[in-house]
Design a protein around this ligand. Structure first.
Ligand code: NAI
Length: 475
C-alpha cells in the first residue's frame, strides 16, 4: 500500500510544522491536522498562525487548502487516513504515581482509544510524541483491545528531532529520520511505507531504522545528551567565575577537539523549553522503575545543575544590586525560552522574573514574540495576585528599560545585540547594570559606555569611564 492520506493528531509545535512540511514535500499526499483545541485549529486556518516559527507561514500558505487541512473533525480524518501521526503533548505528570517525573500519557492514550473506535480499515499508527520506552506496547494493547473486527494496526516509533526556532530548516533538511518498528513482515512493511513518505525529500541513507524500543529510547537519549552538554559547560562557568578563566575561551578550546565538537557548548542562564527537563525527568523515573538508581542519579544531576545555574544567575542580580531589589525597577529583555520562538514553556526567564518578584522588584518585560497575556499567565501561575501591579509588559526594548536600575537579558534575540546601548544608558537610573544571561553582548563596549556588566562564566572588572579625560582605567 502507498500512503495517500495522512492524519496528524495534535496541532502543536511538532504536529503543525511537521505535517505542513510533509504536505509541502508530498503534493500527492493529503495531510489533515486535527486537534481538540478549536481555537488553535481556527488560528491554523487564519492569517495569524498559533505558533511563531521562521518560514512556517510561507509553507502553510503554499499548501493550505491544496493538500494540507486543519480540522476539528478528528473522526473523519482518522477514518480516511492510511497513516496517523500521534503528536499530542506528553507533559510531566502533576499528580499520582510518578508525580513530577513520569510522562503523562493520558493524551496519547485518549488518541489511541479514538483511533480504535473509529478505524474501519487497517492503519499505521506512528508515535511522533516523545514517549517512555515501551510506550508502543501500551498503545498497541489499547488498540487491539478496542478495535473493530478485521482491522489491524501497525505501530511505529518516529520521534521528532526538530528544535523550535529552526523547525522548518530541521524538517526540510534533518540530520536523520529515525523509524522504529516491529521485526516482522508486517512491521517491516509499515516501516517501508513511512520511509517512502520521507523519501519524497530525504535521501535513504538518512533514514535510519531500528527496533521500536531503540527508537523510543533514542529520543530520550538525544535530549538527555544535549541537556547534559549544556549543564556540563554551565558547571564550568561557575568555576570560571571564581578562577578568572573565561568559559567562552574554554568552550572554544575544548570544542576544537573533534571528539568533543563545538556545538551546544554555549554557557547561559540555563536551558528551558518543554522538552529537556520533561524528558530527563522521564528518563530518571524510568531508570528508578528499572531499579537502576545510579543511572537515575547520573541524569538527575543534569537537571540539578540547570536549577543551580538559574538560581546562581538570579542571586547574582540581587547581590550585585546591593542585596536588595525591593521597589527597584528591573528590565527583563526576552521571555521566550530561546530566540526565534514565542514558546515560554520552562523558560529560564520565568525563574529569573519570579525570583526578582519574590524580592519585591518591579519588572519591565519585553519579548519580540511573546504576548503580554502569556507573560502574565506564566508569572501569575505561582504568585500572589498583588504582584500583578509590579509586572509591566512593553512593546519595545527602549520603553522597557526607561528608568530601570538594571537590564537583565534572558533570551538571545538578535535584536538585543543591535540595540543602541548609549541611548539605553542615558535612559536608565545610575549606576546602570546589565546582566547578560546569554553572553551575546559586547561587554567591553558596554563597560566603556558606563554600565556595570555581569555575565556568565567570566569575571568582568569594572571599568570607570571618564568622558572628560577620554581614557579608562581598569580597577
Ligand atoms: P503542544 O502542546 O504544542 O501540542 C500538542 C497538541 O496536542 C495540543 O494542541 C493539544 O491540544 C493536542 N491534543 C492533546 N490531546 C489531544 C487529543 N486527544 N486529540 C487531539 N489533539 C490533542 O506540544 P508539542 O510541543 O507539539 O509536543 C508534542 C510532542 O512532541 C511531545 O511529546 C513533545 O515531547 C514532543 N516533541 C516536542 C518538540 C518541541 O520542540 N516542542 C520537539 C520534539 C518532540
Amino acid at each position: 500500500m502507498v500512503v495517500k492520506k495522512i492524519c496528524g493528531i495534535g496541532a502543536g509545535y511538532v504536529g503543525g510544522p511537521t505535517c505542513s512540511v510533509i504536505a509541502l514535500k508530498c503534493p500527492d499526499i493529503q495531510v489533515t491536522v486535527v486537534d481538540v483545541n478549536h481555537e488553535k485549529i481556527a488560528q491554523w486556518n487564519s492569517e495569524k498562525l498559533p505558533i511563531y516559527e521562521p518560514g512556517l507561514d510561507e509553507v502553510v500558505e503554499k499548501c493550505r487548502g491544496r493538500n494540507l487541512f486543519f480540522s476539528t473533525d478528528m473522526r473523519l480524518a482518522i477514518q480516511e487516513a492510511d497513516l496517523i501521526f500521534i503528536s499530542v503533548n506528553t507533559p510531566t505528570k502533576t499528580f499520582g504515581n510518578g508525580q513530577g517525573r513520569a510522562a503523562d500519557l493520558k493524551y496519547v492514550e485518549n488518541t489511541a482509544r479514538i483511533i480504535a473506535e473509529v478505524a474501519t480499515e487497517d492503519k499505521i499508527v506512528v508515535e511522533k510524541s516523545t514517549v517512555p520506552v515501551r510506550a508502543a506496547e501500551s498503545i498497541l494493547h489499547i488498540l487491539r483491545a478496542n478495535h473493530k473486527p478485521g482491522v489491524s494496526f501497525q505501530i511505529l516509533s518516529n520521534p521528532e528531532f526538530l528544535a523550535e526556532g529552526t523547525a522548518i530548516e530541521n524538517l526540510v533538511n534533518p540530520d536523520r529520520v529515525l523509524i522504529g518498528g516491529h521485526d516482522s513482515p508486517e512491521g517491516r512493511a509499515a516501516i517501508e511505507q513511512l520511509a517512502q513518505v520521507y523519501e519524497h525529500w530525504i535521501s535513504r541513507e538518512k533514514i535510519f531504522t531500528t527496533n521500536t524500543w531503540s527508537s523510543e529510547l533514542s529520543k530520550l537519549a538525544a535530549n538527555a545528551f544535549l541537556a547534559q552538554r549544556i549543564s556540563s559547560i554551565n558547571s564550568l562557568s561557575a568555576v570560571c567565575e571564581v578562577t578568572g578563566a573565561d568559559v567562552s575561551e574554554v568552550a572554544s578550546a575544548i570544542g576544537l577537539d573533534s571528539r568533543i565538537g563545538s556545538k551546544f557548548l554555549q554557557a547561559s542562564v540555563g536551558f528551558g523549553g518543554s522538552c529537556f527537563q520533561k524528558d530527563l525527568l522521564n528518563l530518571v523515573y524510568i531508570c528508578e522503575c528499572l531499579n537502576l538508581p545510579q543511572v537515575a542519579a547520573y541524569w538527575q544531576q543534569v537537571i540539578d545543575m540547570n536549577e543551580y545555574q538559574k538560581s546562581r544567575f538570579s542571586t547574582k542580580v540581587i547581590v550585585s544590586l546591593f542585596n536588595t531589589v525591593t521597589d527597584k525597577h528591573i528590565a527583563i529583555l526576552g521571555f521566550a525560552f530561546k530566540k526565534n520562538t514565542g514558546d515560554t514553556r520552562d523558560s529560564p526567564a520565568i525563574y529569573v522574573a519570579k525570583s526578582l518578584l519574590d524580592e519585591g522588584a518591579v519588572l519591565h518585560i519585553y519579548d519580540p514574540k511573546v504576548q503580554e497575556a502569556l507573560i502574565m499567565d506564566n508569572l501569575m501561575a505561582c504568585s500572589d495576585s498583588h504582584v500583578k501591579n509590579r509586572i509591566h509588559v512593553y512593546q519595545d526594548a527602549y520603553s522597557a528599560v526607561e528608568n530601570t536600575h538594571a537590564l537583565v537579558l534572558c533570551t538571545e534575540w538578535d535584536e538585543f545585540i543591535e540595540l543602541d546601548y548609549e541611548k539605553i544608558y542615558s535612559q536608565m537610573t545610575k549606576p546602570a547594570y546589565i546582566f547578560d544571561g546569554r553572553k551575546i553582548l559586547d561587554h567591553t563596549r558596554l563597560q566603556n559606555i558606563g554600565f556595570i556588566v555581569q555575565t556568565i562564566g567570566k569575571r568582568l572588572n569594572r571599568i570607570p569611564v571618564s568622558r572628560t579625560w577620554g581614557s579608562s582605567t581598569q580597577l
